[in-house]
Ligand binder design. Structure first.
Ligand code: HEM
Length: 334
């Protein structure tokens, strides 16, 4: 009798306040991500994240771009599980040493700063994977881009994969088919590919990542013919044929710190920086080319799709329930 009473009151609570149950994942270890995950356990979460981000981006505007990219490089390797943050140890070969990340991926110290504040306010509660996702969204918003409702509740991995980091992350000289295949592998479509590439509306790239286009795009010692002339000559001054590999150039030369749709306009003018940007338009895939043109014409359309595709990317293989942990320190497993 007593049991029936308890059971029916739990049932009633569930009917009246379903989000309360979703916010406590231990009740069902397979529960998926929900925006209100930390509603009770760390209500000040978003304020803390945004305060740290605003200061960090005011000090160094490129930080926004670096944090957006960090989320991408986390999610494409074992899912969004903060594996990208693990340092080398006796059991871990750090993803930080993988080709696409070494001397390239940035923003780790801002994640540390957010984590340190959160450990003071809500100890051992917020995962490093959720911090990366929140930092990517906050960085987009602070740069003038769209916001989106962000499902939370990711747990952190206790392993990393340098091999997957080398194999799953697209190279800057990828063909359109390479790009489509690598995104498909993550359950992402051509639409997601073009919209998410729009992340290159902010940030910088090193000369090493676009040198081939300037001097030997097709193995015949000729530059990439799709490059606009003046842009090409400008890039050569930053990126000489020998040396200068770490010199940097904006991915969106018109507004490198502003999240807008000029990235797509620049591609149409032959001023996209990476081969992977250019082939969205000229890679002979009608769908991606049409999307570049559509986003160049309609910023609101790009913003809506970027928000949707970021949500999709953020949902790649999250660890939930008992399948992961909340690291105390994002650099190592507990
Ligand atoms: C489509 C395939 C992609 C390729 C081939 C690619 C490649 C690159 C490369 C080579 C760089 C410069 C790295 C360096 O100089 O060390 C870069 C920077 C960047 N990428 Fe991508 N990327 C891709 C997709 C994405 C996506 C999906 C996002 C986010 C949604 C993104 C966000 C960024 C940002 C913001 C930067 C600038 C980072 C900074 O300034 O620190 N990229 N990307």
């Amino acid at each position: 009798m007593a049991f029936t009473k308890v059971f029916s009151s739990i049932l009633m609570m569930f009917v009246l306040f379903p989000s309360l149950f979703m916010a406590f994942p231990l009740i069902g270890s397979r529960s998926s991500l929900v925006p209100e995950y930390y509603q009770f356990s760390c209500p000040q979460l978003n304020d803390i994240v945004m305060t740290v981000l605003e200061n960090a981006i005011a000090r160094a505007p490129r930080t926004a771009a670096s944090l957006l990219r960090l989320h991408f490089h986390d999610c494409f390797v074992q899912g969004c599980d903060a594996s990208v943050l693990l340092d080398d140890s006796s059991t871990i070969a750090s993803e930080k040493r993988a080709g696409p990340n070494l001397n390239s991926l940035r923003g780790y110290e801002v994640i540390d700063e957010i984590k340190a504040k959160l450990e003071e306010e809500c100890p051992e509660t917020v995962s490093c994977a959720d911090i990366i996702a929140l930092a990517a969204r906050g960085s987009t918003v602070i740069s003038g881009g769209p916001s989106w409702e962000l499902p939370l509740g990711r747990k952190d991995s206790n392993c990393a994969s340098i091999n997957l980091a080398n194999n799953n992350l697209p190279a800057p000289n990828s063909t359109i088919q390479n790009l489509i295949n690598l995104f498909k592998r993550q359950g992402l479509s051509e639409i997601d590919l073009v919209a998410l590439s729009g992340g290159h509306t902010i940030g910088m790239a090193r000369c090493a990542t676009f040198k081939q286009r300037l001097y030997n795009q097709k193995g015949n010692n000729q530059p990439d013919q799709t490059l606009e002339r003046a842009y090409y000559f400008g890039l050569k001054t930053i990126c000489p044929i020998i040396g200068g590999d770490n010199n940097i150039s904006p991915l969106d030369l018109a507004s490198p710190a502003r999240f807008d749709n000029t990235y797509f306009k620049l591609i149409q003018w032959g001023k996209g920086l990476l081969t992977s940007d250019e082939v969205l338009l000229t890679g002979n895939v009608r769908m991606t080319a049409e999307l570049v043109k559509a986003y160049a014409l309609d910023e609101a359309l790009f913003f809506r799709q970027f928000a949707e595709s970021m949500t999709k990317m953020g949902n790649i293989n999250p660890l939930t329930g008992y399948n992961g942990e909340v690291r105390k320190n994002c650099h190592r497993v507990n």
